[in-house]
Design a protein around this ligand. Structure first.
Ligand code: ADP
Length: 176
């Protein structure tokens, strides 16, 4: 599914983000940038050890912030590592932190003059964020950003399973 926002395109697709050819892919990392399971593990496995080497140099990333490394063996030139919140009943500022993770990633992409980025569904795996709420925050934050910034021309959401994909579509339709 595709939507145009001013000069930019927003695409929702189902698949494996490590195969993406956008300028950067976004990693749902942890505070220590230490690698892990889920999308983080897949990115480091496919991208090779250079990415982890750079992550170690950076040292860490607070929740809601983002840092950038090269893409190693990935097709994408860069990986933007952001840290979404662990969902704890919604009482720990999770919504603001998830919004910030998307926003800081987009701002970093703009700062590095990147034209296209691909996001996974941050925090919706091991971190347990309810999918509908997470999808709404992801899409609303991205759409608002693209309305104000013309420099990023393509944002893709690469959803790993059919259920996440369906929920993102549902939330995008609500926003429209
Ligand atoms: P978090 O700790 O932020 O919840 P996870 O990696 O556990 O991060 O999950 C985030 C989302 O990424 C989940 O929806 C999961 O299904 C998805 N995911 C896992 N592997 C991939 C992949 N290779 N490409 C895209 N999305 C993936």
């Amino acid at each position: 599914m595709e939507q145009h926002i001013n000069a930019s395109t927003l695409i929702l697709t189902c698949g494996d983000i490590t195969k993406e050819t956008t300028d950067a892919i976004i990693n749902a990392a942890n505070n220590r940038l230490a690698g892990g399971g889920g999308v983080d593990g897949a990115i480091h496995r496919t991208g090779g050890p250079t990415i982890m080497k750079e992550c170690r140099k950076i040292g860490g990333c607070p929740t809601g912030k983002a840092v950038i490394t090269t893409g190693g063996n990935l097709k994408a030139k860069y990986v933007i590592h952001t840290v979404g919140p662990r969902y704890q009943e919604g009482t720990r500022n999770e919504a603001a932190l998830l919004k910030s993770a998307y926003l800081e990633s987009l701002k970093l992409a703009s700062k590095k003059n990147l034209k296209s980025v691909a996001f996974p569904a941050i925090s919706t795996g091991v971190y347990g964020y309810p999918l509908n709420e997470a999808a709404n925050i992801a899409l609303q934050t991205t759409i608002d950003y693209l309305k104000e910034h013309q420099d990023i021309t393509l944002v893709k959401f690469v959803l790993y399973d059919q259920n996440s994909y369906n929920i993102f579509i549902e939330e995008l339709k609500k926003i429209r």
